[in-house]
Design a protein around this ligand. Structure first.
Ligand code: ADP
Length: 327
């Protein structure tokens, strides 16, 4: 790529994640520092198609680093899946002279970015903004740390009431396809069992283990379930547990969307700032179509095409830790 990138657009796309604002702020301020014009594209790819694109200044991103959500809003955009939609989006960028994009989102957003950049020769830099953490090529994704800490805070509170009443709690956390929030929050709160989409749920093993705990009068138990666990989430697991262990006082708590909101943690603000800064540097250096990650505390660049294919895996060692520590 020898075209100089002078006008850039930044957008947040797909599922929202705390820290997206910090990333937008970093992109805007770094772009301005390097003499670029920076535009904010509203509601993900929808704003590109509907020409909802606004000039950004240093002050446009004042006082947002600590705010959850995203000032640019986010959306899932059906039209962008089709070539006609992407063509409209390109025409709008062209009118404004935008010749580089930074997309903060998950793997779906990266798939869209890759397709778009292949078709229209616009360099796209992806920043991993997802609470699910299931993107490879980076140790961190923007939003995970905040989301998992929100889950931990909530589960700690549930443990207090579980302990007061000698109850078994089955707690559902977010993660339709990925078990990282369940795994990390479960370990951090001392959960007895953690059920995740990456492993087939063995309900008999769970029942046997809870039966054994009941026998030795271990009455406070916490089971953390990712919403995408293959048994069907906390409600389905609880149905079987209540049926098979009628003497155990079992309750369900679904944490839901609280995990997406709130002020981003320090870690999320810092990684979002580093990644946002690095995204602009990538555009300046002529990098094309990469995801910016952080691996071993260094910036790491993964081709978008590869980033959308390789999911981060959960090793068996993690599951062993859960088992040993919960006994
Ligand atoms: P996330 O980025 O959080 O994984 P989605 O999977 O919903 O969220 O993707 C966000 C948006 O990215 C979609 O609504 C769509 O506009 C765009 N997108 C996703 N996959 C593709 C694709 N294969 N081609 C074009 N656009 C896509």
């Amino acid at each position: 790529m020898d075209k100089k990138v002078t006008k850039i657009g930044v957008l947040t796309s797909g599922g929202d994640a705390p820290g997206m604002n910090a990333a937008v702020r970093a992109v805007v301020r770094t772009g301005i520092y390097y003499g670029m014009e920076v535009f904010g594209i509203m509601r993900g790819y929808s704003g590109m198609i509907e020409n909802d694109i606004v000039p950004m200044h240093s002050r446009s991103v004042a006082n947002i680093i600590q705010r959850g959500g995203t000032i640019l809003k986010t959306a899932r955009c059906k039209e962008f899946f089709g070539y006609e939609g992407r063509k409209k989006a390109h025409a709008n960028l062209k009118k404004l002279g935008i010749n580089g994009l930074v997309i903060v989102g998950g793997d779906g957003s990266f798939r869209g970015a890759h397709q778009f950049s292949e078709e229209f020769d616009i360099p796209c830099i992806g920043l991993p903004g997802t609470i699910d953490k299931d993107i490879s090529g980076t140790d961190f994704t923007i939003g995970f740390d905040t989301a998992v800490n929100t889950a931990v805070e909530a589960i700690d509170k549930i443990r207090d009431t579980a302990d007061a009443h000698d109850r078994l709690f089955i707690i559902e956390v977010m993660g339709r396809d990925a078990g990282y929030i369940a795994l990390h929050s479960g370990i951090a709160t001392g959960a007895e069992h953690i059920l995740i989409p990456e492993r087939k749920t063995d309900i008999e093993e769970l029942i046997d283990s809870l039966t054994e705990k009941e026998k030795r009068k271990k009455l406070v138990n916490m089971v953390v379930v990712a919403e995408g666990d293959n048994f069907g989430g906390a409600d389905e697991v609880a149905k079987v547990v209540k049926q098979r262990l009628p003497n155990v006082d079992t309750r369900v708590c679904v944490l839901g969307h609280i995990q997406r909101g709130g002020a981003p943690s320090c870690l999320d603000r810092v990684i979002a700032s580093r990644m946002g800064y690095s995204a602009v540097e990538c555009l300046l250096e002529g990098r094309y179509d990469v995801m910016v990650g952080i691996l071993n505390n260094k910036m790491h660049f993964t081709p978008l095409e590869k980033a959308v294919k390789a999911k981060q895996k959960i090793s068996d060692e993690w599951m062993k830790i859960v088992k040993i520590l919960a006994s």
